[in-house]
Design a protein around this ligand. Structure first.
Ligand SMILES: [Zn+2]
Length: 688
């Protein structure tokens, strides 16, 4: 997981990207007479600067108008502000752009390093955690800077002088844009929304409520009874939906009694989606429950179903996110906004990619292969089949012995970073350059990569080194985070425009991190993985990408339904989601798996607590595969230079990035082609 120093603007946009809704709404405190004032300002400015500037003047006014509030002044104040801040084309405009770019880098960069310093006690292993650690981490020093930038006039100067863009423009013209044009678009984007604190607070509260509802949703596995009345899970096993439950299904392949256990888990998941689960059994060690029948023990205990709380919490998030509609004039609709701002791709484009993956006939062949490996007919939960692995793998204990000896502490890993980069094909000069700018810290959690947001700052690789040294699992994660760090340095420190720092969306930085992670054994000087590794990887990715594509389609259609039925009851919403899940299942999964009407695709907790996020995982899989495929074809010697080149493309549009990086737009083709080659390759090598 990366932690990019999200800009103060991005903080707002993150919420926005999590949002979606309908109907343009005027902000409650819109100022009367703005249109006339705007027309007067245009005439005054054209009179001063000439007709040649009219287009820029009118664009600037159109960008300013929807964001002007009562507290900014009356219509006359608007007119005067617009006239005062306008700068005609020429050296002063270019210099203004450069000043703003440097200033935004400073604001974001220092805020980010300040936040990182405040979070030290929470993130780093500095000994027992103190009360003050959480207090300091909760400070939000940049919370008001967005409004301050408007109050001081900076926001108006940006909106009046530089060109924003729509998603359609970025998709249609972005490839012919100059880097400066892209940087301007990102500059303006930071000022396109002004979300009042109370609206942000409502959104935060809805997310927090949904998060704590899902966060407490544990199933007592040792109190579940299968259809025969038996208890199949070990004493004390308590699993959270849906992550642990899904992983329990994944982990039960090839285990004694595994199939019976998987079926019980699948019944639990279905009861959660349909809300037939008795409310009283959630995280309750006093009650036994038989998911296949709904019966509860001891006899007479309250078995009444959960009252659609899952759907109520989800709708709370929807209503809160809808509150942004009035404050995002460019994208006043929640669904459209979540694609245009969050994913930078249109709904149609994403749906097209989803259908490319889901409708590929290869699914039937891969399903048949899985059925043969399992020696049984498939069931709906087999969308989580996770058995595509080479038969001979490395011995993890031996690898851990090696990593522990190499890395007794964080400092040892820190010193070794340049050497690792050289084994990956970075030049000694670039390896040293990166090594100097990446600091390894001993983390409390599993690890993360904290990137710099200004050029003088370092990237931080957070990893957990326990007593006795770094084990192999930890090393593998550290190499993933290291990949994030290298991308962060190139895309912030050596990039041409810091307004373009970063990547188009999370999928891209995850792809670049995974490219590092896949090569972790090379860094240890251990021989290649199995020659069939690529084929297993392709099949595993195909199956997993298909699963998340189905889940994404359900989530998209559920949000579109909400957008069209904002006044629905939670019960009505539940009925709609069940129907949507079954429709998607029957269209794309029923034939391959031989099961109809499953609701399994609707069980993700993300739906409830993360607000329209799952399609990002789908895009992440495609991006990772396509970028990874490109890197797999490279000579080792060019790996470092190529990694640097693509990292410096920065935050342009996803398709523009992909074309510049690998020569083709984002596509499911590389994944589908590799997966198609994989089955015959494995049959030939006899490793099946
Ligand atoms: Zn990551």
């Amino acid at each position: 997981m990366p932690s990019r120093a999200s800009s103060v603007f991005a903080t707002l946009l993150t919420l926005v990207l999590l949002a979606g809704l309908s109907g343009a709404v005027l902000a409650a405190d819109a100022v009367p007479g703005l249109d006339a004032a705007s027309a007067r300002a245009a005439e005054r400015l054209v009179a001063t600067h000439g007709e040649a500037e009219r287009v820029r003047i009118e664009r600037g006014l159109a960008q300013m108008r929807p964001l002007w509030r009562e507290r900014d002044g009356d219509a006359a104040a608007f007119e005067n502000a617009a006239v005062r801040v306008f700068v005609p084309k020429g050296p002063a405009l270019d210099a203004s752009f450069e000043r703003l770019e440097a200033a935004m880098e400073a604001v974001d960069g220092y805020m980010s390093s300040l936040r990182r310093d405040l979070q030290r006690g929470q993130h780093l292993d500095l000994g027992p955690k103190l009360v003050v650690d959480d207090q300091l981490a909760a400070l939000a020093p940049g919370a008001h800077i967005g409004e301050d930038l408007f109050a001081g006039g900076v926001g108006w100067t940006v909106l009046m002088n530089f060109a924003g863009s729509t998603l359609e423009e970025r998709e249609a013209q972005g490839e012919s844009w100059t880097r400066r044009r892209w940087a301007e678009a990102r500059l303006v984007e930071g000022f396109e929304t002004r979300v009042p604190g109370e609206v942000q607070a409502q959104i935060a509260a809805a997310f927090s409520n949904a998060g704590s509802y899902m966060g407490d949703y544990y199933i007592r596995m040792d109190h579940l009874r299968d259809p025969a009345g038996e208890t199949l899970f070990p004493e004390g096993l308590r699993l959270i939906t849906h992550w642990n439950l899904r992983d329990e299904i994944k982990g039960r392949y090839g285990v004694d009694d595994g199939l019976r256990q998987q079926r019980v888990v699948a019944d639990v998941l279905e009861a959660i989606v349909r809300q037939t689960i008795p409310a009283a059994v959630v995280d309750n060690p006093e009650l036994d429950w038989q998911p296949s029948t709904g019966k509860v023990w001891p006899e007479g205990a309250d078995a009444s179903r959960e009252p659609d709380t899952r759907y109520a919490r989800w709708m709370d998030v929807f209503h809160a996110m809808r509150g942004l509609d009035a404050y995002d004039p460019r994208y006043p609709n929640l669904v459209e906004r979540s694609f245009a701002r969050g994913r930078e791709m249109s709904l149609e484009r994403v749906r097209g990619l989803l259908v490319d993956v889901l409708s590929d006939p290869l699914a039937k062949e891969v399903a048949a292969e899985i059925s043969q490996r399992l020696g049984r007919e498939l069931e709906d939960f087999d969308i989580w089949y996770a058995g595509f692995r080479p038969s001979a793998s490395h011995d993890e204990a031996a690898l851990s012995a090696k990593t522990r000896a190499l890395y007794p502490d964080a400092a040892a890993l820190d010193r070794d970073l340049p050497r690792i980069l050289e084994t990956f094909g970075f030049s000694p000069e670039r390896a040293a350059f990166l090594g100097e700018r990446i600091v390894v810290d001993n983390a409390r959690g599993a690890g993360h990569a904290y990137g710099p947001a200004r050029r003088g700052d370092n990237a931080h690789l957070r990893t957990r080194v326990r007593e006795g040294g770094l084990d192999y699992k930890g090393f593998n994660i550290a190499i993933h985070e290291f990949g994030h760090n290298c991308e962060q340095i190139f895309s912030q420190v050596t990039i041409d425009h810091t307004l373009l720092a970063g990547v188009p969306n999370n999928g891209f930085t995850e792809a670049l991190a995974m490219i590092f992670q896949e090569r972790d054994l090379e860094a240890l000087g251990v021989a290649e993985k199995s020659p069939d590794a690529w084929a297993y990887h392709a099949l595993e990715e195909f199956w997993a990408t298909r699963e998340i594509a189905g889940v994404s389609l359900v989530e998209i259609d559920a949000w579109i339904w909400l957008d069209a039925h904002p006044d629905a009851s939670p019960a009505e919403f539940r009925v709609a989601v069940v129907e949507i899940a079954q429709r998607v299942w029957n269209s794309y999964f029923a034939e391959a798996l031989g099961v109809r009407d499953s609701v399994m695709l609707a069980v993700y907790s993300h739906f409830v607590q993360y607000g329209f996020y799952v399609p990002n995982y789908f895009l992440g899989h495609l991006i990772a595969f396509q970028v990874g495929d490109h890197f797999r074809t490279l000579e080792d010697k060019s790996f470092g230079a190529e990694f640097e080149r693509v990292s410096q493309l920065g935050r342009i549009a996803p398709d523009a990035w992909m074309r510049a990086a690998v020569g083709a737009p984002l596509s499911a083709k590389p994944l589908l082609e590799r997966a198609r080659q994989a089955l015959p390759a494995l049959a030939k090598s006899g490793d099946r």
